[in-house]
Design a protein around this ligand. Structure first.
Ligand SMILES: [Zn+2]
Ligand SMILES: [Zn+2]
Length: 188
């Protein structure tokens, strides 16, 4: 069975070099649905608590929320960083607090201090799915991702590949020592 969670990301981007209106900087509310598969955990009668999927995903995906997403070769990137630098906000501002864990993968690098994500490929809905899977595949047993933004929507299915040991009392993933980080249950 599957547990699903949906989260919203508000971001600005553009398609650099694209022949159409998306070549201009614009914003979206994107909706991401994550489907996690597993057996039903007997103790709690669920696959995975949906709020835990959201928490795990949000810790890194927060970097995309209220962020600017630009491709690495976009000339807007140095121009914007130059403005941020001159304003003294490139390396952070006391009011910029909703920051995720910085990350760097082959597909994307997050700079939470200036609410920027730099991508290797154009950040289409398909591009976002590739980035999200890469960021979360070792944390959640994702079997499907769906991302929609305006009229654009894409989805991708994946082979179930990750076995997650779960707490029989609260359903969340046990840590490396086999202990539940929430209730302290220890795997016997
Ligand atoms: Zn767009
Ligand atoms: Zn527990």
């Amino acid at each position: 069975m599957r547990s699903l969670t949906t989260l919203e990301l508000q971001y600005a981007h553009r398609f650099y070099g694209f022949n159409g209106e998306a070549a201009y900087l614009h914003g979206h509310t994107g909706v991401l649905t994550i489907e996690v598969e597993g057996s039903v955990n007997m103790g709690v009668n669920m696959v995975f608590p949906c709020n835990e999927i959201k928490k795990t995903a949000w810790s890194v995906l927060k970097n995309f929320d209220h962020a600017l997403i630009l491709r690495e070769d976009d000339p807007l990137l140095p121009a914007i960083l130059d403005v941020y630098e001159k304003q003294g906000i490139k390396d952070g501002h006391p009011n910029n607090v909703m920051k995720g864990e910085a990350f760097k993968t082959e597909l994307a690098t997050a700079y939470p201090d200036c609410r920027l994500v730099v991508t290797k490929e154009t950040m289409t809905v398909e591009g976002m799915i590739k980035i999200v899977y890469d960021l979360l595949k070792d944390k959640l047993n994702i079997v499907k991702l769906t991302f929609s933004s305006g009229d654009n929507k894409a989805s991708q299915c994946y082979e179930s590949s990750l076995e997650v040991d779960r707490c029989p009392l609260c359903g969340i993933a046990l840590n490396e020592e086999g202990v539940c980080p929430k209730c302290g249950y220890k795997k016997g």
